[in-house]
Design a protein around this ligand. Structure first.
Ligand code: T3D
Length: 253
């Protein structure tokens, strides 16, 4: 097993577990991640945390493995990476990355595909792709452009600049920076808070934001109306409005 999977009270915790190779991606790791993301769709999971064992989050593609595989990068992306990135993004549940150390190449892509990033003070974000003559994949070009804007994304991805955690925070690439020993617990805490909130509303918010950048305003307004109706038909809406009107203390989640 190269992915450690634990479910604690609705929070599915996935730990990439190939620390000897900085949790670089192999076919085996992709397969286990795919199965875990399938599990995440079940009703017993309300939030997901992804982290890495040892000193790295993930160093991206295992470059040793590529030497022995017949398939080229394009096919590897289509077969292994892209389905998992899509599974993460279409999962209508919050996914929190606990970036415990260095993230490089597709490891950056994986972190950026998550909804929230909590970084250790020791985290580093290393594009790596162009440095070995490849292009940013696994959604990295998409998410970096979305989060950073073209100018900063271009400069970062082509220069292979190693961003440390504080710079990543200043750039808006991560949401929070904490001490190394606190990173996983802080991610769990955020996951538990989100898991306690109305899940359907969070899932639909994720769906709305996913399409917002490319939608026309009238399309987005129409989708908001449709999803708002659906959200209001879930019991959480009636319960929470009743609590508000009864002047009960506001919930944080
Ligand atoms: O082809 C396709 O499939 C297309 C898809 C591409 C997606 C991609 O992710 S492309 C980018 C691939 N990743 C990289 O190019 C990153 C390579 N690694 C590094 O640049 C550095 O290791 C780091 C910046 C991540 C960390 O540097 P450092 O100095 O902290 O650690 P290190 O000493 O370089 O690495 C420690 C060990 O991990 C070392 O093994 P050893 O000597 O202790 O036996 C090293 O070889 C191994 N390792 C690190 N990255 C990888 C790796 N082994 C295999 N694949 C790796 N990507």
């Amino acid at each position: 097993m190269v992915l450690d999977v634990a479910n604690d009270d609705g929070v599915l915790e996935l730990t990439l577990d190939r620390s000897e190779a900085l949790n670089a991606f192999t076919v085996e790791l992709h397969g286990e991640l795919r199965a875990a993301l399938e599990t995440a769709r079940g009703p017993e999971v309300r939030a997901v945390v992804i982290t890495g064992a040892g000193r790295a989050f993930s160093a991206g593609q295992d470059l040793e493995e590529t030497r022995t595989q017949e398939m080229g990068p394009g096919e590897r992306l289509r077969t292994y990476y892209n389905p998992n990135i899509m599974a993460l993004r279409t999962l209508e549940k919050p996914v929190i990355a606990a970036v415990n150390g260095v993230a490089a190449g597709a490891g950056v892509g994986l972190a950026l595909a998550c909804d929230v990033r909590v970084a250790s003070e020791r985290a580093k974000f290393v594009p790596a792709f162009v440095a070995i003559g490849l292009i940013p994949d696994s959604g990295t070009s998409f998410f970096a452009a979305q989060i950073l804007g073209y100018a900063r994304a271009f400069e970062w991805l082509t220069s292979n600049r190693r961003l440390d955690a504080e710079e990543a925070l200043a750039w808006g690439l991560v949401h929070e920076v904490v001490a190394p020993e606190a990173v996983v617990e802080r991610a769990r805490e955020r996951a538990r808070e989100l898991a306690a909130a109305p899940g359907e509303a969070i899932g639909m918010t994720k769906r709305l934001l996913a399409g917002a950048a490319t939608a026309e305003l009238d399309e987005q307004l129409a989708l908001e109306s449709q999803l708002q109706q659906a959200a209001s038909e879930h019991p959480a809406y009636a319960e929470r409005v009743a609590e508000f009107l009864a002047k009960q203390p506001a919930r944080t989640g």
